[in-house]
Design a protein around this ligand. Structure first.
Ligand code: COA
Length: 561
Protein backbone atom coordinates (compact mmCIF):
# COMPACT_ATOMS: atom_id res chain seq x y z
CA UNK A 1 0.00 0.00 0.00
CA UNK A 2 1.11 3.59 -0.56
CA UNK A 3 1.20 5.13 2.89
CA UNK A 4 2.15 8.75 3.51
CA UNK A 5 3.46 9.51 6.99
CA UNK A 6 2.69 13.08 8.01
CA UNK A 7 4.55 14.15 11.10
CA UNK A 8 5.61 17.30 12.92
CA UNK A 9 9.16 15.90 12.98
CA UNK A 10 10.89 12.75 11.75
CA UNK A 11 11.18 11.76 15.41
CA UNK A 12 11.81 8.37 17.03
CA UNK A 13 8.20 7.15 16.74
CA UNK A 14 7.85 8.28 13.12
CA UNK A 15 11.13 6.55 12.31
CA UNK A 16 9.97 3.39 14.03
CA UNK A 17 6.62 3.35 12.16
CA UNK A 18 8.51 4.08 8.94
CA UNK A 19 10.88 1.12 9.39
CA UNK A 20 8.08 -1.25 10.48
CA UNK A 21 5.79 -0.43 7.53
CA UNK A 22 8.61 -0.68 5.02
CA UNK A 23 9.72 -4.00 6.50
CA UNK A 24 6.32 -5.51 5.63
CA UNK A 25 6.44 -4.22 2.08
CA UNK A 26 4.48 -0.96 2.11
CA UNK A 27 5.60 1.97 -0.01
CA UNK A 28 6.11 4.66 2.61
CA UNK A 29 6.55 8.39 2.03
CA UNK A 30 7.28 11.02 4.65
CA UNK A 31 6.10 14.61 4.76
CA UNK A 32 6.75 17.00 7.62
CA UNK A 33 3.66 18.99 8.60
CA UNK A 34 5.08 22.43 7.86
CA UNK A 35 2.12 24.10 6.19
CA UNK A 36 -1.20 23.14 4.59
CA UNK A 37 -0.21 24.04 1.04
CA UNK A 38 3.01 22.04 1.14
CA UNK A 39 1.05 19.10 2.54
CA UNK A 40 -1.60 19.38 -0.19
CA UNK A 41 1.11 19.40 -2.86
CA UNK A 42 2.78 16.31 -1.41
CA UNK A 43 -0.49 14.41 -1.10
CA UNK A 44 -1.25 15.26 -4.72
CA UNK A 45 2.21 14.08 -5.84
CA UNK A 46 2.41 10.95 -3.68
CA UNK A 47 -1.18 9.75 -4.23
CA UNK A 48 -1.39 7.85 -0.93
CA UNK A 49 -3.96 5.13 -0.28
CA UNK A 50 -3.68 5.95 3.42
CA UNK A 51 -2.28 8.88 5.40
CA UNK A 52 -0.88 8.17 8.83
CA UNK A 53 0.22 10.73 11.40
CA UNK A 54 2.50 9.16 14.06
CA UNK A 55 3.27 12.49 15.80
CA UNK A 56 1.32 15.57 14.92
CA UNK A 57 1.04 18.80 16.87
CA UNK A 58 -1.08 20.61 14.25
CA UNK A 59 -4.39 19.83 12.53
CA UNK A 60 -4.69 18.24 9.07
CA UNK A 61 -6.76 20.49 6.76
CA UNK A 62 -10.33 19.36 6.13
CA UNK A 63 -9.97 19.03 2.35
CA UNK A 64 -7.29 16.36 2.96
CA UNK A 65 -9.07 14.32 5.64
CA UNK A 66 -12.37 14.44 3.79
CA UNK A 67 -10.78 13.09 0.58
CA UNK A 68 -8.43 10.52 2.20
CA UNK A 69 -8.51 8.32 5.27
CA UNK A 70 -6.15 10.01 7.72
CA UNK A 71 -5.22 8.05 10.85
CA UNK A 72 -3.76 9.87 13.85
CA UNK A 73 -1.70 8.20 16.58
CA UNK A 74 -2.73 9.58 19.97
CA UNK A 75 -0.63 8.64 23.05
CA UNK A 76 -3.63 8.02 25.28
CA UNK A 77 -6.34 5.40 25.82
CA UNK A 78 -9.76 5.53 24.14
CA UNK A 79 -11.54 8.76 24.98
CA UNK A 80 -8.40 10.58 26.12
CA UNK A 81 -8.00 13.91 24.35
CA UNK A 82 -5.75 16.93 24.55
CA UNK A 83 -2.11 17.89 23.98
CA UNK A 84 -0.60 16.62 27.26
CA UNK A 85 -1.73 13.00 27.58
CA UNK A 86 1.47 11.45 28.85
CA UNK A 87 2.21 14.40 31.12
CA UNK A 88 -1.11 13.87 32.92
CA UNK A 89 -0.70 10.10 33.08
CA UNK A 90 2.71 10.36 34.75
CA UNK A 91 1.75 13.32 36.92
CA UNK A 92 -1.23 11.44 38.33
CA UNK A 93 0.74 8.23 38.85
CA UNK A 94 -1.31 6.12 36.40
CA UNK A 95 -0.11 2.50 36.13
CA UNK A 96 -1.82 1.67 32.87
CA UNK A 97 -2.21 3.81 29.80
CA UNK A 98 -2.75 3.27 26.08
CA UNK A 99 -2.20 4.40 22.53
CA UNK A 100 -5.16 4.95 20.21
CA UNK A 101 -5.23 5.25 16.43
CA UNK A 102 -8.18 7.39 15.42
CA UNK A 103 -9.46 8.92 12.24
CA UNK A 104 -8.99 12.65 11.65
CA UNK A 105 -12.21 14.67 11.74
CA UNK A 106 -12.88 18.34 12.48
CA UNK A 107 -12.54 17.88 16.26
CA UNK A 108 -9.03 17.01 17.56
CA UNK A 109 -8.67 13.45 18.96
CA UNK A 110 -12.41 12.82 18.69
CA UNK A 111 -12.59 10.75 15.50
CA UNK A 112 -13.68 7.13 15.10
CA UNK A 113 -11.30 4.60 16.66
CA UNK A 114 -9.38 2.15 14.46
CA UNK A 115 -7.26 0.50 17.14
CA UNK A 116 -6.24 0.96 20.75
CA UNK A 117 -3.44 -0.87 22.58
CA UNK A 118 -2.79 -0.68 26.34
CA UNK A 119 0.63 -0.55 28.02
CA UNK A 120 2.03 -0.42 31.54
CA UNK A 121 3.70 2.78 32.67
CA UNK A 122 7.29 2.35 33.86
CA UNK A 123 8.76 4.82 36.38
CA UNK A 124 10.86 6.90 34.00
CA UNK A 125 10.84 10.23 32.19
CA UNK A 126 8.12 10.98 29.65
CA UNK A 127 10.38 10.93 26.59
CA UNK A 128 11.98 7.65 27.69
CA UNK A 129 8.47 6.19 28.08
CA UNK A 130 7.55 7.63 24.66
CA UNK A 131 10.54 6.07 22.89
CA UNK A 132 9.89 2.68 24.47
CA UNK A 133 6.53 1.55 25.93
CA UNK A 134 4.52 4.14 23.96
CA UNK A 135 6.37 3.38 20.72
CA UNK A 136 5.83 -0.38 21.14
CA UNK A 137 2.08 0.06 21.78
CA UNK A 138 1.82 2.62 18.97
CA UNK A 139 3.42 0.29 16.43
CA UNK A 140 1.09 -2.53 17.46
CA UNK A 141 -1.93 -0.22 17.12
CA UNK A 142 -0.73 1.21 13.78
CA UNK A 143 -0.14 -2.24 12.27
CA UNK A 144 -3.57 -3.36 13.44
CA UNK A 145 -5.22 -0.24 11.99
CA UNK A 146 -3.35 -0.61 8.68
CA UNK A 147 -4.44 -4.27 8.43
CA UNK A 148 -8.02 -3.30 9.19
CA UNK A 149 -7.93 -0.55 6.60
CA UNK A 150 -6.41 -2.88 4.00
CA UNK A 151 -9.07 -5.53 4.66
CA UNK A 152 -11.70 -2.95 3.71
CA UNK A 153 -14.50 -4.32 5.91
CA UNK A 154 -13.63 -2.73 9.22
CA UNK A 155 -15.94 -0.04 10.61
CA UNK A 156 -14.09 2.20 13.06
CA UNK A 157 -15.88 2.72 16.37
CA UNK A 158 -17.22 6.26 16.91
CA UNK A 159 -16.00 7.82 20.15
CA UNK A 160 -18.78 7.25 22.68
CA UNK A 161 -18.13 8.10 26.32
CA UNK A 162 -21.02 5.83 27.36
CA UNK A 163 -19.35 2.74 25.91
CA UNK A 164 -17.69 0.54 28.59
CA UNK A 165 -13.91 0.75 28.33
CA UNK A 166 -13.89 4.35 27.14
CA UNK A 167 -12.27 5.72 30.28
CA UNK A 168 -10.28 8.68 28.96
CA UNK A 169 -11.44 12.28 28.89
CA UNK A 170 -10.49 15.63 27.52
CA UNK A 171 -7.67 17.25 29.50
CA UNK A 172 -6.24 20.70 29.21
CA UNK A 173 -2.64 21.67 28.47
CA UNK A 174 -0.36 20.65 31.36
CA UNK A 175 0.90 24.06 32.42
CA UNK A 176 3.94 25.12 34.46
CA UNK A 177 1.48 26.02 37.22
CA UNK A 178 0.52 22.33 37.54
CA UNK A 179 4.13 21.25 37.29
CA UNK A 180 5.39 23.62 39.97
CA UNK A 181 7.31 21.92 42.78
CA UNK A 182 6.70 23.01 46.37
CA UNK A 183 10.05 21.90 47.77
CA UNK A 184 9.01 22.39 51.39
CA UNK A 185 5.82 20.34 51.06
CA UNK A 186 6.24 17.86 48.18
CA UNK A 187 7.61 14.46 49.12
CA UNK A 188 10.16 12.72 46.88
CA UNK A 189 7.50 10.65 45.11
CA UNK A 190 5.56 13.77 44.15
CA UNK A 191 8.70 15.64 43.07
CA UNK A 192 9.79 12.69 40.92
CA UNK A 193 6.35 12.46 39.32
CA UNK A 194 6.40 16.16 38.46
CA UNK A 195 9.93 15.98 37.08
CA UNK A 196 9.29 12.84 35.05
CA UNK A 197 6.05 14.22 33.59
CA UNK A 198 8.08 17.17 32.26
CA UNK A 199 11.12 15.27 31.04
CA UNK A 200 12.62 15.82 28.55
CA UNK A 201 10.30 18.65 27.46
CA UNK A 202 9.45 21.23 28.68
CA UNK A 203 11.14 20.65 32.08
CA UNK A 204 9.86 22.06 35.36
CA UNK A 205 10.33 25.81 35.71
CA UNK A 206 11.98 26.67 39.01
CA UNK A 207 14.43 29.03 40.63
CA UNK A 208 18.02 28.40 41.70
CA UNK A 209 20.30 31.05 43.17
CA UNK A 210 18.00 33.84 41.99
CA UNK A 211 17.71 32.71 38.36
CA UNK A 212 15.01 30.75 36.54
CA UNK A 213 15.79 27.33 35.11
CA UNK A 214 13.87 24.42 33.61
CA UNK A 215 14.76 21.31 35.61
CA UNK A 216 15.39 18.11 33.64
CA UNK A 217 15.74 14.51 34.69
CA UNK A 218 14.64 13.28 38.10
CA UNK A 219 16.23 10.32 39.88
CA UNK A 220 15.89 9.12 43.44
CA UNK A 221 18.61 9.32 46.09
CA UNK A 222 18.72 6.89 49.00
CA UNK A 223 21.11 8.58 51.46
CA UNK A 224 21.67 12.32 51.08
CA UNK A 225 19.36 14.64 53.01
CA UNK A 226 19.20 18.41 53.60
CA UNK A 227 17.09 21.53 53.81
CA UNK A 228 14.20 21.07 51.34
CA UNK A 229 14.89 22.79 48.02
CA UNK A 230 18.58 23.32 48.66
CA UNK A 231 21.33 21.87 46.48
CA UNK A 232 23.19 19.43 48.71
CA UNK A 233 25.65 17.69 46.38
CA UNK A 234 26.95 17.38 42.85
CA UNK A 235 28.01 14.29 40.94
CA UNK A 236 29.36 14.16 37.39
CA UNK A 237 27.63 17.38 36.34
CA UNK A 238 24.37 16.56 38.09
CA UNK A 239 22.97 18.32 41.18
CA UNK A 240 21.19 16.74 44.13
CA UNK A 241 18.35 18.72 45.75
CA UNK A 242 16.67 17.93 49.04
CA UNK A 243 12.91 17.34 49.09
CA UNK A 244 10.55 17.37 52.07
CA UNK A 245 11.46 13.75 52.90
CA UNK A 246 14.53 12.87 50.84
CA UNK A 247 16.40 14.10 47.80
CA UNK A 248 16.44 13.87 44.01
CA UNK A 249 19.12 14.16 41.32
CA UNK A 250 18.78 16.59 38.41
CA UNK A 251 21.29 15.86 35.64
CA UNK A 252 20.41 18.80 33.38
CA UNK A 253 19.11 22.37 33.52
CA UNK A 254 18.07 24.87 30.89
CA UNK A 255 18.24 28.56 31.82
CA UNK A 256 14.96 30.30 31.06
CA UNK A 257 16.76 33.38 29.78
CA UNK A 258 20.35 34.06 28.82
CA UNK A 259 21.06 37.68 27.86
CA UNK A 260 18.56 37.60 25.00
CA UNK A 261 20.13 34.47 23.48
CA UNK A 262 18.16 31.21 23.00
CA UNK A 263 18.93 28.66 25.69
CA UNK A 264 19.39 24.91 25.63
CA UNK A 265 19.90 22.06 28.07
CA UNK A 266 23.27 21.52 29.69
CA UNK A 267 24.71 19.39 32.48
CA UNK A 268 23.34 21.06 35.61
CA UNK A 269 26.67 22.21 37.03
CA UNK A 270 27.68 23.73 33.67
CA UNK A 271 24.36 25.59 33.48
CA UNK A 272 24.80 26.99 37.01
CA UNK A 273 28.43 27.92 36.43
CA UNK A 274 29.84 30.26 39.03
CA UNK A 275 26.43 30.60 40.74
CA UNK A 276 26.96 27.16 42.24
CA UNK A 277 28.50 27.69 45.71
CA UNK A 278 31.98 26.17 45.99
CA UNK A 279 31.02 24.62 49.33
CA UNK A 280 28.64 22.13 47.74
CA UNK A 281 30.45 18.80 47.83
CA UNK A 282 31.02 16.52 44.85
CA UNK A 283 29.92 13.11 46.11
CA UNK A 284 31.11 10.43 43.71
CA UNK A 285 29.94 6.85 43.58
CA UNK A 286 31.81 4.01 41.93
CA UNK A 287 30.02 2.04 39.20
CA UNK A 288 30.13 -1.06 41.42
CA UNK A 289 28.69 0.79 44.42
CA UNK A 290 26.02 2.47 42.27
CA UNK A 291 24.69 -0.91 41.20
CA UNK A 292 23.91 -1.70 44.85
CA UNK A 293 22.22 1.62 45.61
CA UNK A 294 19.12 3.62 44.68
CA UNK A 295 21.04 6.69 43.58
CA UNK A 296 21.81 8.43 40.34
CA UNK A 297 24.88 7.38 38.43
CA UNK A 298 25.81 7.43 34.76
CA UNK A 299 27.66 4.14 35.25
CA UNK A 300 26.83 0.91 37.04
CA UNK A 301 28.89 -2.28 37.16
CA UNK A 302 28.03 -5.73 38.45
CA UNK A 303 29.02 -9.32 37.80
CA UNK A 304 27.21 -12.62 37.58
CA UNK A 305 29.76 -15.43 37.52
CA UNK A 306 32.34 -14.66 34.84
CA UNK A 307 30.10 -12.14 33.07
CA UNK A 308 30.58 -8.43 33.79
CA UNK A 309 27.85 -5.89 33.09
CA UNK A 310 28.86 -2.27 32.53
CA UNK A 311 25.67 -0.27 32.23
CA UNK A 312 25.79 3.36 31.16
CA UNK A 313 23.07 5.91 30.72
CA UNK A 314 23.57 9.41 29.34
CA UNK A 315 20.67 11.87 28.91
CA UNK A 316 19.64 11.97 25.25
CA UNK A 317 22.32 9.36 24.54
CA UNK A 318 24.82 12.22 24.15
CA UNK A 319 28.38 11.55 25.33
CA UNK A 320 30.59 14.51 26.21
CA UNK A 321 34.39 14.31 26.47
CA UNK A 322 34.07 13.78 30.23
CA UNK A 323 31.46 11.05 29.82
CA UNK A 324 33.54 9.21 27.20
CA UNK A 325 36.56 9.32 29.49
CA UNK A 326 34.66 8.06 32.53
CA UNK A 327 33.12 5.22 30.52
CA UNK A 328 36.61 4.38 29.21
CA UNK A 329 37.96 4.31 32.76
CA UNK A 330 35.10 2.03 33.89
CA UNK A 331 35.64 -0.18 30.83
CA UNK A 332 39.34 -0.56 31.69
CA UNK A 333 38.49 -1.42 35.29
CA UNK A 334 35.97 -4.03 34.12
CA UNK A 335 38.59 -5.49 31.76
CA UNK A 336 40.95 -5.91 34.71
CA UNK A 337 38.39 -8.15 36.45
CA UNK A 338 38.54 -11.95 36.17
CA UNK A 339 35.63 -12.13 33.71
CA UNK A 340 35.34 -13.77 30.31
CA UNK A 341 32.41 -11.80 28.89
CA UNK A 342 31.63 -8.10 29.21
CA UNK A 343 28.20 -6.69 28.34
CA UNK A 344 28.04 -2.98 27.55
CA UNK A 345 24.82 -1.00 27.39
CA UNK A 346 22.12 0.89 29.30
CA UNK A 347 19.36 -0.67 31.38
CA UNK A 348 16.86 0.94 28.99
CA UNK A 349 16.45 3.61 26.31
CA UNK A 350 19.20 5.15 24.14
CA UNK A 351 22.46 3.24 23.74
CA UNK A 352 24.32 6.28 22.44
CA UNK A 353 23.85 9.14 19.99
CA UNK A 354 27.53 10.05 19.71
CA UNK A 355 29.36 13.21 20.70
CA UNK A 356 27.55 15.74 22.94
CA UNK A 357 26.38 18.49 20.61
CA UNK A 358 24.97 20.69 23.41
CA UNK A 359 28.19 20.67 25.44
CA UNK A 360 30.08 21.43 22.22
CA UNK A 361 27.69 24.28 21.41
CA UNK A 362 28.25 25.80 24.87
CA UNK A 363 32.04 25.55 24.68
CA UNK A 364 34.12 28.68 24.19
CA UNK A 365 35.71 27.04 21.16
CA UNK A 366 33.21 24.51 19.73
CA UNK A 367 35.64 23.27 17.06
CA UNK A 368 38.22 22.44 19.73
CA UNK A 369 35.62 20.79 21.98
CA UNK A 370 34.37 18.73 19.02
CA UNK A 371 37.94 17.58 18.48
CA UNK A 372 38.44 16.63 22.13
CA UNK A 373 35.08 14.86 22.21
CA UNK A 374 35.66 12.78 19.08
CA UNK A 375 39.13 11.82 20.30
CA UNK A 376 37.75 10.72 23.69
CA UNK A 377 35.09 8.71 21.85
CA UNK A 378 37.77 7.17 19.64
CA UNK A 379 39.88 6.22 22.68
CA UNK A 380 36.88 4.37 24.07
CA UNK A 381 36.14 2.61 20.77
CA UNK A 382 39.82 1.69 20.38
CA UNK A 383 39.89 0.16 23.88
CA UNK A 384 36.90 -2.02 22.96
CA UNK A 385 38.34 -3.02 19.58
CA UNK A 386 41.66 -4.04 21.11
CA UNK A 387 40.22 -6.11 23.97
CA UNK A 388 41.09 -9.59 22.82
CA UNK A 389 40.91 -11.62 26.03
CA UNK A 390 37.16 -11.15 26.58
CA UNK A 391 34.04 -11.35 24.51
CA UNK A 392 32.52 -7.87 24.46
CA UNK A 393 28.81 -7.64 23.70
CA UNK A 394 27.02 -4.34 22.94
CA UNK A 395 23.52 -4.55 24.36
CA UNK A 396 20.95 -2.17 22.86
CA UNK A 397 17.60 -1.94 24.63
CA UNK A 398 17.04 1.41 22.86
CA UNK A 399 18.01 3.41 19.83
CA UNK A 400 21.44 4.54 18.67
CA UNK A 401 22.62 7.01 16.08
CA UNK A 402 25.75 8.28 14.35
CA UNK A 403 28.88 7.64 16.45
CA UNK A 404 26.66 5.83 18.96
CA UNK A 405 25.95 3.08 16.43
CA UNK A 406 29.64 2.84 15.57
CA UNK A 407 30.46 2.60 19.29
CA UNK A 408 28.21 -0.48 19.44
CA UNK A 409 29.91 -1.98 16.39
CA UNK A 410 33.28 -1.94 18.16
CA UNK A 411 32.15 -4.94 20.22
CA UNK A 412 32.33 -8.55 19.05
CA UNK A 413 28.56 -8.96 19.16
CA UNK A 414 25.70 -6.48 18.89
CA UNK A 415 22.47 -7.63 20.53
CA UNK A 416 19.39 -5.51 20.05
CA UNK A 417 15.86 -5.21 21.33
CA UNK A 418 13.42 -5.78 18.48
CA UNK A 419 12.03 -2.23 18.76
CA UNK A 420 15.37 -0.52 18.26
CA UNK A 421 15.93 1.97 15.44
CA UNK A 422 19.49 2.62 14.29
CA UNK A 423 20.75 5.62 12.34
CA UNK A 424 24.18 4.49 11.12
CA UNK A 425 25.22 7.75 9.46
CA UNK A 426 26.68 11.20 10.17
CA UNK A 427 25.79 13.14 7.05
CA UNK A 428 22.84 15.03 8.57
CA UNK A 429 25.26 16.70 11.00
CA UNK A 430 27.66 17.58 8.18
CA UNK A 431 30.27 15.13 9.45
CA UNK A 432 32.37 12.41 7.86
CA UNK A 433 32.34 10.59 11.19
CA UNK A 434 35.03 8.73 13.08
CA UNK A 435 34.80 6.07 15.86
CA UNK A 436 36.70 3.73 13.48
CA UNK A 437 33.53 3.30 11.43
CA UNK A 438 35.51 2.93 8.21
CA UNK A 439 36.92 -0.27 9.77
CA UNK A 440 33.86 -1.66 11.58
CA UNK A 441 30.93 -0.87 9.28
CA UNK A 442 32.24 -2.39 6.01
CA UNK A 443 33.63 -5.31 8.05
CA UNK A 444 30.05 -6.08 9.07
CA UNK A 445 27.88 -5.14 6.09
CA UNK A 446 30.31 -4.91 3.17
CA UNK A 447 31.59 -1.78 1.44
CA UNK A 448 28.55 -1.28 -0.82
CA UNK A 449 25.98 -1.42 1.97
CA UNK A 450 28.19 0.72 4.21
CA UNK A 451 28.31 3.35 1.48
CA UNK A 452 24.52 3.17 1.00
CA UNK A 453 23.70 3.38 4.71
CA UNK A 454 25.91 6.41 5.24
CA UNK A 455 24.72 8.14 2.04
CA UNK A 456 20.97 7.49 2.35
CA UNK A 457 20.95 8.58 6.01
CA UNK A 458 17.75 6.63 6.72
CA UNK A 459 16.78 4.80 9.90
CA UNK A 460 17.15 1.02 10.02
CA UNK A 461 14.89 -1.17 12.18
CA UNK A 462 16.41 -3.94 14.31
CA UNK A 463 15.27 -6.85 12.14
CA UNK A 464 16.51 -5.18 8.95
CA UNK A 465 19.76 -4.39 10.74
CA UNK A 466 20.12 -8.09 11.57
CA UNK A 467 19.44 -9.05 7.94
CA UNK A 468 22.20 -6.66 6.85
CA UNK A 469 24.64 -8.01 9.44
CA UNK A 470 24.73 -4.69 11.26
CA UNK A 471 23.56 -6.44 14.42
CA UNK A 472 23.92 -10.08 15.37
CA UNK A 473 20.88 -10.94 17.43
CA UNK A 474 17.45 -9.46 18.02
CA UNK A 475 15.38 -10.16 21.13
CA UNK A 476 11.69 -9.33 21.72
CA UNK A 477 9.95 -7.81 24.71
CA UNK A 478 10.18 -4.83 27.01
CA UNK A 479 13.57 -3.62 28.27
CA UNK A 480 13.23 -5.88 31.35
CA UNK A 481 12.29 -8.97 29.36
CA UNK A 482 15.06 -8.15 26.89
CA UNK A 483 17.70 -7.92 29.64
CA UNK A 484 16.49 -11.19 31.21
CA UNK A 485 17.00 -12.93 27.87
CA UNK A 486 20.42 -11.31 27.48
CA UNK A 487 21.53 -12.44 30.95
CA UNK A 488 20.39 -15.99 30.31
CA UNK A 489 22.29 -16.14 27.02
CA UNK A 490 25.45 -14.56 28.42
CA UNK A 491 25.58 -16.81 31.49
CA UNK A 492 25.92 -19.81 29.21
CA UNK A 493 29.11 -18.59 27.53
CA UNK A 494 31.92 -18.63 30.17
CA UNK A 495 33.94 -21.80 30.45
CA UNK A 496 32.77 -23.25 27.15
CA UNK A 497 35.19 -24.47 24.45
CA UNK A 498 33.21 -22.30 21.97
CA UNK A 499 34.10 -19.15 23.89
CA UNK A 500 37.77 -20.16 24.23
CA UNK A 501 37.89 -20.81 20.49
CA UNK A 502 36.06 -17.58 19.72
CA UNK A 503 38.60 -15.58 21.74
CA UNK A 504 41.51 -17.29 20.03
CA UNK A 505 40.07 -16.51 16.59
CA UNK A 506 39.33 -12.95 17.68
CA UNK A 507 42.95 -12.41 18.66
CA UNK A 508 44.14 -13.84 15.32
CA UNK A 509 41.74 -11.70 13.31
CA UNK A 510 42.73 -8.54 15.14
CA UNK A 511 46.43 -9.26 14.53
CA UNK A 512 45.79 -10.06 10.86
CA UNK A 513 43.66 -6.93 10.39
CA UNK A 514 46.36 -4.83 12.04
CA UNK A 515 48.90 -6.11 9.52
CA UNK A 516 46.66 -5.26 6.58
CA UNK A 517 45.87 -1.78 7.89
CA UNK A 518 46.63 -0.57 11.43
CA UNK A 519 43.78 0.84 13.50
CA UNK A 520 45.84 4.03 13.81
CA UNK A 521 45.60 4.50 10.03
CA UNK A 522 41.78 4.29 10.08
CA UNK A 523 41.75 6.80 12.90
CA UNK A 524 44.04 9.31 11.31
CA UNK A 525 42.23 9.13 7.96
CA UNK A 526 38.85 9.66 9.61
CA UNK A 527 40.20 12.47 11.79
CA UNK A 528 41.69 14.24 8.80
CA UNK A 529 38.15 14.54 7.41
CA UNK A 530 36.77 15.47 10.82
CA UNK A 531 39.34 18.23 11.24
CA UNK A 532 38.05 19.73 7.99
CA UNK A 533 34.43 19.27 9.14
CA UNK A 534 35.09 21.02 12.43
CA UNK A 535 36.50 24.00 10.54
CA UNK A 536 33.55 24.16 8.17
CA UNK A 537 30.67 26.54 8.82
CA UNK A 538 28.08 23.99 7.67
CA UNK A 539 28.78 21.67 10.64
CA UNK A 540 28.51 24.59 13.07
CA UNK A 541 25.23 25.70 11.48
CA UNK A 542 23.73 22.21 11.46
CA UNK A 543 24.78 21.71 15.09
CA UNK A 544 23.35 25.07 16.14
CA UNK A 545 20.04 24.23 14.44
CA UNK A 546 19.95 20.84 16.15
CA UNK A 547 20.78 22.18 19.61
CA UNK A 548 18.33 25.08 19.29
CA UNK A 549 15.69 22.77 17.80
CA UNK A 550 15.26 24.99 14.75
CA UNK A 551 12.08 24.09 12.89
CA UNK A 552 12.66 22.65 9.44
CA UNK A 553 11.34 24.81 6.60
CA UNK A 554 10.72 21.86 4.26
CA UNK A 555 10.84 18.07 4.33
CA UNK A 556 14.53 17.09 4.02
CA UNK A 557 15.34 15.73 0.57
CA UNK A 558 16.60 12.37 1.84
CA UNK A 559 13.05 11.61 3.04
CA UNK A 560 11.38 12.40 -0.28
CA UNK A 561 11.43 8.93 -1.83
N1 COA B 1 24.10 15.60 21.47
C1 COA B 1 23.28 16.28 22.30
N2 COA B 1 21.98 15.97 22.46
C2 COA B 1 21.50 14.95 21.73
C3 COA B 1 22.29 14.21 20.84
C4 COA B 1 23.65 14.56 20.72
N3 COA B 1 24.49 13.88 19.94
N4 COA B 1 21.52 13.27 20.26
C5 COA B 1 20.29 13.40 20.78
N5 COA B 1 20.27 14.42 21.66
C6 COA B 1 19.15 14.89 22.47
C7 COA B 1 18.14 15.66 21.62
O1 COA B 1 18.45 17.03 21.55
C8 COA B 1 16.87 15.43 22.40
O2 COA B 1 16.82 16.31 23.49
P1 COA B 1 15.41 16.70 24.14
O3 COA B 1 14.88 15.45 24.71
O4 COA B 1 15.77 17.72 25.13
O5 COA B 1 14.55 17.23 23.04
C9 COA B 1 17.07 14.02 22.97
O6 COA B 1 18.46 13.75 22.93
C10 COA B 1 16.37 12.97 22.15
O7 COA B 1 16.67 13.21 20.80
P2 COA B 1 15.54 13.44 19.72
O8 COA B 1 16.19 14.05 18.52
O9 COA B 1 14.35 14.10 20.28
O10 COA B 1 15.19 11.93 19.53
P3 COA B 1 14.76 11.18 18.28
O11 COA B 1 14.64 9.78 18.73
O12 COA B 1 13.61 11.84 17.64
O13 COA B 1 16.02 11.30 17.26
C11 COA B 1 18.37 11.03 16.73
C12 COA B 1 17.19 10.62 17.61
C13 COA B 1 19.58 10.33 17.29
C14 COA B 1 18.14 10.60 15.29
C15 COA B 1 18.61 12.56 16.77
O14 COA B 1 18.59 12.98 18.11
C16 COA B 1 19.96 12.95 16.18
O15 COA B 1 20.06 13.08 14.97
N6 COA B 1 20.97 13.17 17.07
C17 COA B 1 22.26 13.65 16.65
C18 COA B 1 23.16 12.50 16.27
C19 COA B 1 24.50 13.06 15.84
O16 COA B 1 24.60 13.67 14.81
N7 COA B 1 25.51 12.89 16.70
C20 COA B 1 26.76 13.55 16.48
C21 COA B 1 27.67 12.88 15.56
S1 COA B 1 28.44 11.49 16.34
Amino acid sequence: MRILLVSSAFNSLTQRVYTELRAIGHHVGVELALGDDMLRARVMAFQPELILAPMLTTAIPEDIWSAHTVLIVHPGPEGDRGPSSLDWAIHEGAHHWGVTVLQAIDEMDAGPIWASVPFTITACGKSDLYRNEVADAAVEAVLLAVDRFAAGQFKPEPLDYLRPGVLGRHRPYHSQQTRKIDWAADDTRTVLRKLRAADSQPGVLDELYGREYYLHGGHSEDKLRGVPGSVIATRDGSICRATADGAVWLPELRPRRMAGRPTFKLPATDALGSDLPAAIPEIPVTPAMASLRDTWSELRYFEAGAVGYLQFSFPGGAMSTRQCLSLLEAFRQACARPIEVLALGPARDFFSNGIHLNVIEAAEDPARESWLNINAMNDLVEAILTTTDKLVVSVLPGNAAAGGVMLALAADEVWCRESVVLNPHYRLMGLHGSEYWTYTLPRRVGATTAERLTREALPVGARDAAALGLVDRVFPGSADIFWNSIRQQLQELPGTPELANRLMVKKQHRAADELIKPLGAYRSEELAYMRENFLSESYHELRRDFVHKARATRTPSHLLS
